[in-house]
Design a protein around this ligand. Sequence first.
Ligand code: NAP
Length: 261
Amino acid sequence: MAAKPAVLITGASSGIGAVYADRFARRGHDLVLVARDKGRMEALAERLRRETGVAIDIIKADLTEPADLAAVEARLRDDARIGVLVNNAGAALGGGFLEQSPDVVAKLIALNTTAVARLASAVAPRFVAAGEGAIVNIASVVGLAPEYGSTIYGATKAFVTFLSQGLHLELGPKGVYVQAVLPAATRTEIWERSGRDVNKLTGVMEVDELVDAALVGFDRRETVTIPPLPDAAQWAAFEAARQAMLPNFAQEHAAARYRAA
Ligand code: NAP
C-alpha cells in the first residue's frame, strides 16, 4: 500500500461524505467517490483536483441496487491503492413505524446496514492480508436512543455501531483500524430528504465541525467517536456497565426470577 492510501467514500455527493472528501484530499489522499448523483460528485471532484492536486475517481452507484453494490465491492476488493473505506452513505425516514411501509423499511435497512456490511466484508480480507487499512463507519447517537422515536433508523445505526465494535475486536489485532462515528443532529440534507426541518431543532452541529472532530478521533485511533458528547466518561461508564454483564450470561439455569415457585 502507498504511503498515502486512496480513500473510498460512500455518500460523497453531499453532507458529511462531501466534507470527508474535502478533508482527505487536503491531507493528500487520492479519492474514490461513490453516490447516485454523478453531477454533484463531478463538481466536487473538479474543485478538489484543482485545489489539492489529488486524483479522484467517481463511481455512480445506488447502494440499494445489488448490481451497483457489487461494482463497489469489486473495486474495494481489487484496487490495492484503496486503504481507507468511509462507509458514510445513509438515509433517514420521516414519520413513525406505522407510517413506514415494509418496502420503505427494507430499502433503508439495505442502504444503512446491508451495504455497510457488504462493503466492509469486501475490503477486510485485503486489508488483513496487507496488515493495514482503516474502515470508518458513520453510525448515529440515535442508535443509542430508542426514546428519539426513529425506531428503524436507530436500529440500523445500532447495527453499524455493533458491527464496528465487533470488527475492531476481530480485525484490530490484524492491523486494521475500525472506527464508528456517532454524530448527533448535524446540518445536512438528510433532514429535508426525510421530510423534516432541521431549522426547528436546537443543538445542531455544522457539518465541517462534525467531520473535523471525527477526524481527531480517527487520528487518535478511537473505536467509538461521539463528537458532541461533552463527557467521554459517560460513554466509558456505559461500556463498563455492558461489559460487567458479560461474565453472567452463561448459565445452566434461568435466573431465580424466572423459575416457577
Ligand atoms: P446527506 O447530506 O443526505 O448525505 C447522504 C449521502 O448518502 C449523499 O451523498 C447521498 O448521495 C448518499 N446516498 C443516499 N442514498 C443513497 C443510495 N441509495 N446509494 C448511494 N448513496 C446514497 O446526509 P448526511 O447527514 O451527510 O448523511 C451521511 C451519514 O451520516 C448517514 O449515514 C447518516 O445516517 C449519518 N448521520 C447523519 C446525521 C445528521 O444529523 N446529519 C446524524 C447522525 C448520523 P446521492 O443522493 O447522490 O446518492
